[in-house]
Design a protein around this ligand. Sequence first.
Ligand code: MGD
Ligand code: MGD
Ligand code: MO
Length: 754
Amino acid sequence: MADGVIHSSHWGAFRARVENGRFVEAMPFEADADPAGLLENMPGAVHAENRVKRPAVRRGWLEGRSRGEAPRGHDEFVEVDWDTAIDLVAREIERVHDAYGPAAVYGGSYGWASAGRFHHAQTHLKRFLAATGGFTDSAGTYSHAASSFILPHVIGYDANVADSHTWAEVAENTQTWLMLGGVPARSMQVESGGMGSHRGAPGLAQVARAGVRAISVNPIGGETVDHGNLEWLPIRPGTDTALLLGIARTLDAEGLADRAFLDAHTVGYDRFASYLRGDSDGVEKTAEWAECITGVPADTIRALARDLASTRSLITATWSLQRAEHGEQPHWLTVAVAAMLGGIGRPGEGFAIGFGSEDGIGSNRQPFPVPQAPKLRNPLAGTEIPVARFVDALETPGAEYDFNGERRTYPDLRLVYWAGGNPFHHHQDLHRMERAWQKPETVIVQDPWWTPTAKRADIVLPATTSLERDDIGAKSNDTWIIAMKRAIEPQGEALDDQEILRRVAARLGIEEAFDAGATLRSAYELSRARAAERGIEMPGFDAFWERGYVRLPAAPTRSPMAALVAGTPLPTPSGRIEIFSDTIDAFGYDDCLGHPAWFDKHEDAVGAAYPLRLVSHQPTTRLHSQMDVGDYSRSGKVAGREACRIHPDDAGARGIATGDVVRLFNDRGACLAGAVVTSDVSPGVIALPTGAWLDVDGETGLERHGNPNVLTADRGTSKLAQGPTAQTARVDVERYASEPPRVEAFDLPAFATR
Ligand SMILES: Nc1nc2c(c(=O)[nH]1)N[C@H]1C(S)=C(S)[C@@H](COP(=O)(O)OP(=O)(O)OC[C@H]3O[C@@H](n4cnc5c(=O)[nH]c(N)nc54)[C@H](O)[C@@H]3O)O[C@H]1N2
Ligand SMILES: Nc1nc2c(c(=O)[nH]1)N[C@H]1C(S)=C(S)[C@@H](COP(=O)(O)OP(=O)(O)OC[C@H]3O[C@@H](n4cnc5c(=O)[nH]c(N)nc54)[C@H](O)[C@@H]3O)O[C@H]1N2
Ligand SMILES: [Mo]
């Protein structure tokens, strides 16, 4: 067995080599079939200069609770001891509760934090805030909000988190695999909660060996590993809906739709077919029509429709497709077109949602809950704001808005509390957010690092990284549970999130309600008891801890679609797949109809002013913004900034060469990036991954490090899901002729002495 303390991360299990109290190397876990390069970020980041070492309070807030003069992000910090910090937090929560009530506290606190399931920052924060009497929470995710709200109307469950096809089922059964968004090697390095061994790359190789024909529809080539049977079909970002409509109209017009399946298992096909013919809007959704929107040749679309109909076919769709305006449509249509093809319910046929977006896709979920931190019900449940509408809420308290058939009202938020997320990475239109962020009276952030969000907080509380505490790494679709053993001492004065909140709870006299005796051991034993009920044996906690992991049997497939074709109705109003949904129709929305449809995009209204389509996909060298300061992340930068990929034609027309510093811009903002000229991206497309730490020049507003979210639009997908639309935006780019400014993203904030 390798030496080093066993541990885990969202990008895989590893062993931590420690020398003289320092974590010096994350060595891949010996059982991992495909370890991720992201491990290389860890030692440098964990010991980085920009760790938060002591609790710190923004000076203007501390001295007079000023807002205007030295706004958040441009003020000095005063370091304080833990007692003082805990006291300030407790008193401020009390004050806001007394003055405005619990709904004035925003604890949506979206973010991935660390893989450890017990020390899950967000869970502890939400349990703490629930114990105070409640808080305003968030609904949905940045990952797949649009899909998670539309699919329950269509199929009765959220296929993003439920079982789909396994790799083996695809390898054994599928003949034609249409991959919308591909199956990027990068995405499958990561799974929330981690994994004992990566399954994505071996799974894809197994499918390739079986000779399955795979067509990756993607504005960018080379994202999916080509094992010999891969075709790249370039498409304009945000237009998969039109492609699927063109395929659907072809199937319908050529009599290739499976009427028997549609009659038996779906409702509303005829109304959808009428839309395809153009009966209501005068526009027939022909392959030629789709070509104009997607850039995919009409003949290719028609040939694809015929191939899908004449072979055992599978359509998969990544989450990227739905992180866009009207993002509900492409996933709804993926289901609808798969229904027309008739293979739904058979292994390796039909559809799979989110396939290729994380490593665990293609593996079944365990039939029992893996260890996790205990939760407490929020007394204000039912008042959540859609996660990506946070800035709307700050800007327009009291305003009404539509959300999935409800009319809700934005609360008047006065205190924002974040633990385990980085909103100045994950949100869109960050300049707009920066303005709205000045409105609350207090912002509290728990994070191990001086992130852009921490620098814009009033009270910053240093959290440990997972390496500094014992935890358990687990994910329901994995067959491993990993003991995450403490490898090093807490850095600086950092405390575990649970301990920080326990201290605040103690100050507020609610310690018992918050903590409820939760320990690592109790979380594990609870999971073990639930596993036993399902006949799955796990060792006791001590044996697990000593060995360092548990291996579980692979979970059996539980496919609601297989059940449907075998006679078990879906939990939809009709019991069938809803190609037309009376429920959605009755909402009366102009941006999400009773059937899937194409909508023109607001973003395209700028036309020629911003000719390029930005794709801000996930980064290869890190998880979101996490450990951007680490070696691996930095190794991918160009000219010290995030690398942006551009086609030779677009680069040539602008005099841009690989290695140049370029400026991407639109009406919302501008950022600098390092150019990589490559024909991997389609002409007219520019790719800049998300996650470079935000670094805005206070005077000019120029972002210096390559954060695409100064360019993206903060606009909901539709009234239905109100999901984020981060994936694409209209921009232009130019060579940056001036002397490039220094990147200050990893600098410490200014400190004042008290
Ligand atoms: N333009 C664009 N924007 C996007 C996306 C995109 O594709 N394009 N993707 C979106 C998606 S899908 C997502 S999921 C979001 C991700 O957004 P986030 O989840 O907010 O991003 P992370 O960088 O993972 O932020 C996690 C934060 O938790 C901190 N942290 C880690 N461990 C701990 C801990 O133990 N305790 C505490 N207190 N903090 C900890 C990290 O330092 C980091 O600051 O971004 C979204 N934004
Ligand atoms: N290494 C790494 N892996 C990750 C993450 C990370 O930060 N780093 N983040 C994880 C998280 S939180 C999530 S939610 C998932 C996200 O998973 P996804 O949303 O699937 O990931 P993306 O990288 O945004 O995009 C996937 C692919 O879709 C393509 N694409 C973009 N726009 C379009 C479009 O309009 N149409 C089509 N057909 N293709 C398009 C992109 O070029 C890219 O190749 O990834 C997870 N995996
Ligand atoms: Mo995500």
